[in-house]
Design a binder for this molecule. Structure first.
Ligand SMILES: CC(C)(COP(=O)(O)OP(=O)(O)OC[C@H]1O[C@@H](n2cnc3c(N)ncnc32)[C@H](O)[C@@H]1OP(=O)(O)O)[C@@H](O)C(=O)NCCC(=O)NCCS
Length: 156
């Protein structure tokens, strides 16, 4: 199968309308909408989301927040890394490698990645080359963290 194109999503009313099809529609999206309405951000600003379109419709998305190295409690040496969340492929498009394409895109940015494996997705993260970290109750606060490290990076 052809590798799908992963695009950085713009924050605009069209994108926010597309987001309503996703299960994880919540405070992050509502706050983007408020910022747009209040002209706090410009239409078409870059968002932390990347996605895949099919026939003009968004079918899969991922959010990647760059965390400053001074807050890094996972990687050795301590460095900037991506917090990955809101990975979701619309149900009718699952099991067709779109999730893999989004995760591969995140890896191609070259920094370590941390996610909170939810919805019984542990096996998916293992397949993506991620590993669970040893749980630290103060740092992880009820999360189920899985990480991916590029060559030369290890865990703290
Ligand atoms: C998890 C999710 C993003 C996977 O996307 P996808 O496009 O279906 O995944 P892919 O087609 O790229 O699958 C890659 C591999 O992972 C497997 N896989 C997919 N979803 C899985 C899951 N939930 N658990 C375990 N394995 C899974 C696939 O079978 C495939 O295995 P294979 O290489 O042996 O054939 C998608 O199922 C989804 O949106 N789920 C709901 C939200 C969610 O769970 N998000 C992630 C955690 S918050």
């Amino acid at each position: 199968m052809e590798t799908p194109t992963v695009e950085r999503l713009k924050i605009n009313y069209k994108t926010l309308e597309e987001f309503q099809k996703f299960r994880e529609y919540g405070l992050q999206e509502l706050s983007m909408l408020e910022d747009l309405e209040a002209n706090m951000i410009e239409n078409d600003s870059n968002s932390p989301f990347y996605g895949i379109y099919m026939d003009g419709n968004l079918i899969a998305r991922i959010s990647l927040y760059r965390i400053d190295g001074k807050y890094d409690r996972y990687f050795q040496p301590a460095q900037d890394y991506y917090e990955l969340w809101k990975l979701e492929v619309l149900p009718q498009f699952r099991e067709q490698d779109y999730g893999t394409a989004l995760v591969e895109h995140a890896k191609s940015l070259g920094l370590p990645i941390k996610t909170n494996a939810r919805c019984g997705s542990n096996d998916f993260w293992i397949k993506m080359g991620f590993q669970p970290v040893q749980y630290d109750p103060i740092r992880d606060r009820g999360e189920n963290p899985y990480v991916w490290t590029p060559p030369g990076v290890s865990l703290q």
